[in-house]
Structures are given as structure tokens and as C-alpha cells.
Ligand binder design. Structure first.
Ligand code: CA
Length: 229
């Protein structure tokens, strides 16, 4: 699993529906994992920490509504966008779906183009660079589409790891990232890398960012990790 691609969890008990969603999300370049019932879905969330969840309303066992409610109650999972999918179409259900905390709601049948647009829209908030957005922080610009980075208009040449580090920081300025969180996000969860490797790449990133002058925008937070700004 590449650390670059957003991970999407698809929770759908109907095989044909699930396969269509998985196929189309993979074609968009996402890492896709799937679950067929509520219990497996909750386990998959724990294990894979997906960037977004596509959740079917009607599931055997724990319903999609209940899963959504539980995810939105827990601080660790609250921020994961949930796109609820349902065969029902009544306005009451739609409102109820959004009341459980679902970030978006689609009624079957829907077009795949619309589904993907909604998914990308939600991912803009949590993984802006992965969906090709351009980010700005002070005089630094990072283009998620072309992977070009510049500071004060001057291009910066970053290695792939430094680019991922900077895009992680720029996606959430001020947030303090621990070394472990940066390892998971930038190197991927399946790869074993010593946490000191993070320090090495942060040093490289700082050097490139400051090569034309300007202050160092990366803050070392003692005992906690690193933050931008
Ligand atoms: Ca279903």
C-alpha cells in the first residue's frame, strides 16, 4: 500500500454493488479495502485507519447508521469523512443519515461519476494533495497535480519523501505530528523504518526550503514531533 494514495473503506453487503464501487475507486488510484458487515467494518477502521468510508445504510447485523454514529462519537475516528449510501430515498431518511454525522449522502441508484465526485470532494478536506489540490503556506506553494513546489516564486527541488512530508505538513498547518504519525503517513504502515529516519528527512526538507533564504517554517516540538508554522 502506497502512503501517497488515500485509503478508502467500502462497507457494502451486496457483492455486485461492492465490486462496482471497489473497481471504480481503484481506477481512481485509491487504495481500497472492503467489508461486508458492521463488525468487520469497525475492525477494518481500527486496522487500516482509512481516509474515507463509503457506508451502506442497510447492512446485516450492525446497521450503517449505527456504525456511523459510533465512528462519529469516537475522537480517534470522528474526522474520517463518511459517505453514506442508501437504497431508500425519502427525505426523512436523508435527514436522518446526515443527523448521524454522515458527511455526505447518496441515494441508489446514483451515477458512478457523481459518487466519485462526492468522494473526491470529501477527500479534499483530509487529503488535499492526493486529489491534486494546490496548497499554500506563507510564501510556499505546493501543487498536488504537478508536484511542483516553490517558495517566494522560486522552484524547490524536493525528493519524493520530502515532498510527502511537506504535503503532510501543508495539509494541516500548525498540527503537531509525532514521528510515528509521520512514518505511517509518509512511509506507509507496512514498512519498518526507524523513527530517526524522520529526523534525517526533516533536516533535508529544511535545507531545501531554506536554500534561497527565509525563515525555517518547520517547528521542532520537544518530546512531541514536528509542526509547520
Ligand atoms: Ca445493503
Amino acid at each position: 500500500m502506497s502512503a501517497d494514495q488515500p485509503t478508502v473503506l467500502v462497507v457494502e453487503d451486496e457483492v455486485a454493488q461492492r465490486e462496482v464501487l471497489v473497481y471504480n475507486l481503484q481506477a481512481e488510484g485509491f487504495c481500497v479495502i472492503s467489508a461486508t458487515n458492521g463488525d468487520d467494518a469497525l475492525l477494518a477502521v481500527e486496522e487500516h485507519e482509512p481516509d474515507l468510508i463509503v457506508l451502506d445504510w442497510m447492512l446485516p447485523g450492525v446497521s450503517g447508521i449505527e456504525i456511523c454514529r459510533r465512528l462519529k462519537l469516537r475522537p480517534a475516528t470522528r474526522a474520517i469523512p463518511v459517505v453514506m449510501v442508501s437504497a431508500r430515498g425519502e427525505e426523512g431518511d436523508r435527514v436522518r443519515g446526515l443527523e448521524t454525522g454522515a458527511d455526505d449522502y447518496l441515494t441508489k441508484p446514483y451515477s458512478i461519476a457523481e459518487f466519485l465526485a462526492r468522494v473526491r470532494n470529501q477527500l479534499r478536506r483530509v487529503r488535499p494533495v492526493a486529489v491534486g489540490m494546490c496548497l499554500h503556506f506563507e510564501d510556499i506553494t505546493l501543487d498536488g497535480e504537478t508536484h511542483r513546489v516553490s517558495r517566494d516564486g522560486k522552484p524547490l527541488k524536493l525528493g519524493p519523501t520530502e515532498f510527502r512530508l511537506l504535503s503532510t505538513f501543508m495539509g494541516k498547518p500548525e498540527r503537531v505530528w509525532s514521528r510515528e504519525q509521520l512514518l505511517n503517513r509518509v512511509w506507509g504502515r507496512e514498512i519498518y523504518v526507524d523513527t530517526r529516519t524522520v529526523d534525517v528527512h526533516i533536516a533535508r526538507l529544511r535545507k531545501v526550503i531554506c536554500q534561497h533564504g527565509g525563515r525555517d517554517p518547520i517547528r521542532t516540538v520537544r518530546g512531541a514531533g514536528y509542526a509547520l508554522g
